[in-house]
Design a protein. Structure first.
Length: 125
């Protein structure tokens, strides 16, 4: 199993908010302290909602058992697939199906939400 600490990203898997709590994606502690920051916000059934405040690029990876949903809150997210790139602007979303090799990039500071299986390894399988 991959360890989040072996990658140059700040990845926090603790659940920050419980049910019936207000969630402000612009006020997540630590989000502005790192170039690539990821925080689990809440759990919904068997999935989690994560926010990321990112700039730069992530490594190429895939998830063998899980799809991954990306929604752009602000900025621009580029999702590189083998042979193409998807560009997402605020209000746009995209699903990367399981087993598809991909890399995410943000040319400038970008805030995104992700919905994933609670057991997913954020750095890839």
């Amino acid at each position: 199993m991959a360890e989040a600490a072996s990658f140059p990203y700040e990845t926090r898997l603790n659940i920050l908010h419980g049910p019936l709590e207000l969630i402000d994606v612009h006020a997540v502690p630590g989000a502005h302290d790192f170039k690539w920051f990821n925080q689990t916000l809440c759990k919904v059934n068997d999935s989690v909602v994560r926010m990321a405040a990112i700039e730069g690029e992530y490594h190429w990876h895939k998830h063998d058992n899980d799809d991954e949903f990306f929604y752009v809150v602000e900025g621009e997210l580029l999702i590189d697939l083998e042979g193409s790139t998807i560009a997402l602007k605020p209000g746009q979303a995209f699903v990367v199906p399981k087993t598809v090799v991909h890399r995410t990039r943000a040319p400038r500071r970008t805030t995104i939400l992700m919905v994933e299986n609670a057991g997913i390894i954020p750095t890839g399988s």
